[in-house]
Design a protein around this ligand. Structure first.
Ligand SMILES: *[C@@H]1O[C@H](CO)[C@@H](O)[C@H](O)[C@H]1NC(C)=O
Length: 135
């Protein structure tokens, strides 16, 4: 009985947390945050697939003096049943980290949050951290 009550309480908490995603009492926005390496893909927004085609990192390494800060660029492909759209997002110098991407009749708000590891920190494979807000 105690466990049942605990379970019910937890369900209630999850429900409250989910409910706070209702913005302005109108639109329910679902946000996905995914971490992908080059050539990896994942399902997002129940109806679409996000693929990272390539990651290029030209950011100035830590402890190196560079002429400019450099950029990290990620080429993405967003697909759903209707169509697909390719896009390049950039962080670092002259960033273009956010775009609203139309795929068929739907649109997705895609943000390049980070590219890890930062050059000069470790030798892990490059990964892009991407946030998608589903329309
Ligand atoms: C896309 O999402 C970002 C937050 O991640 C927000 O700042 C921006 O206003 C959104 N763009 C649109 C058109 O909704």
């Amino acid at each position: 009985m105690f466990y049942l009550r605990l379970l019910i309480t937890q369900l209630f908490l999850v429900f409250i947390i989910f409910d706070t995603s209702v913005i302005g009492g109108k639109t329910k926005l679902v946000t996905y945050t995914v971490t992908l390496s080059a050539n990896e893909k994942t399902d997002i927004c129940c109806d679409a697939e996000l693929q990272v085609n390539s990651i290029q990192d030209g950011r100035c390494p830590i402890k190196v003096l560079c002429v400019w800060a450099g950029q990290a660029k990620v080429d993405l492909l967003l697909s759903n049943k209707e169509d697909s759209s390719a896009i390049e997002l950039i962080i670092g110098a002259q960033p273009k980290s956010n775009a609203v991407i139309a795929v068929g009749s739907k649109s997705y708000n895609v943000t390049l949050v980070n590219v890890t590891p930062y050059p000069g920190t470790n030798n892990n494979p490059l990964e892009a951290i991407i946030q998608v807000i589903c329309a």
